[in-house]
Write a protein that binds this ligand. Structure first.
Ligand code: SF4
Length: 309
């Protein structure tokens, strides 16, 4: 009898589908994916996808981005309820008023937002290319940055810009406990703390290295150090550990005393192997983006992809 993984792989071939998975997906899903990456890598893969169906193992805004880039392909998401607290912290009608209150500003939005928000933006960015994209805007032009205030603060510090920030954040990256992190570091003083820029400023202040999920994995791979405390969603540990089986990777602790003593994204973990199978079998739930919004949202995404080459 075939295992669920084997059934998914067979179905994937029969249906000419590809599976794109985010680093925060559960290991079993990462194992059957054609590509595992962060938001930038996933957008780039989606842009060059040749398959008829893209199954996006991630959250809703990621699948939406894939659909915006591939209007003629079927994009499916295993669980339509897999949202994102950061994307939800930026409702389009209120954001539109915010833009109107800041005339002449360029609007740069982090990819973790809805298609409607992208449609209101000049350029989209990810945590991998955010600094580069902000620096591509001449200094005299003021910028609105949304929706993540922590990433925005980090970019302001790095670039010396004074971008106007939308007050949004990610529940997962704001769940790290500084006290527990310091106590953990005392137990492992030789470990390097590395953090995602969506984390709060006081967590970033403890880090020896700050970078996107892909950059964090590269850092762990190439760094001469052997032990790391990692402040981002704990799913990244699976891929990172595969790359460096000999190194010790410890998830940064969250306030909550959960089973893994780390910070996990409940939205990302809504996708399961069974749901991936069902989704592929039924070619549903499908992601639909209204054409007028899709066309407007495509422009800032393409600008990002062009600037990231
Ligand atoms: S980790 Fe945070 S930003 Fe990423 S999908 Fe989950 S809620 Fe959204």
């Amino acid at each position: 009898m075939k295992t669920l993984k084997e059934k998914i792989l067979k179905l994937k071939k029969e249906k000419n589908a590809i599976i794109l998975a985010h680093y925060y997906q559960e290991p079993a899903i990462q194992e059957i994916a054609d590509y595992v990456g962060d938001s930038l890598g996933l957008s780039q893969e989606a842009a060059k996808a040749k398959a008829a169906i893209i199954l996006f193992a991630g959250v809703h805004f990621m699948a939406e981005t894939a659909k915006i880039l591939n209007p003629n392909k079927k994009v499916i998401l295993p669980d339509l309820k897999a949202g994102c607290s950061l994307a939800e912290s930026c409702p389009p009608h209120i954001f539109k008023k915010f833009i109107d209150a800041h005339p002449n500003h360029i609007v740069i939005t982090y990819v973790n937002c809805s298609a409607e928000i992208k449609a209101l933006s000049h350029i989209v960015c990810t945590s991998s290319n955010a600094v580069k994209i902000v620096e591509s805007v001449p200094e005299k032009i003021p910028i609105i940055f949304a929706p993540d205030k922590n990433l925005g603060n980090y970019i302001n510090q790095k670039t010396g810009r004074k971008m106007v920030l939308w007050d949004g954040s990610c529940v997962v990256h704001e769940a790290f406990s500084l006290d527990k992190l310091i106590a953990l570091h005392k137990k492992h003083p030789e470990a390097k703390i590395i953090a995602h820029p969506e984390s709060e400023t006081h967590i970033l202040a403890t880090a020896s290295y700050i970078g996107s999920t892909s950059e964090m994995i590269d850092y762990v791979k190439t760094s001469p150090y052997n032990k790391f405390i990692i402040a981002t969603e704990a799913g990244i540990l699976f891929k990172a550990q595969q790359e460096v089986p000999e190194k010790v990777l410890i998830p940064a602790p969250s306030y909550e005393d959960n089973t893994c003593a780390c910070s996990e994204c409940g939205f990302m973990k809504m996708n399961t192997l069974q749901k991936v199978y069902d989704c592929l079998l039924n070619e549903s739930p499908e992601i639909i983006v209204p054409n007028d919004i899709r066309k407007k949202a495509l422009v800032p995404i393409e600008r990002m992809l062009e600037l990231s080459k």
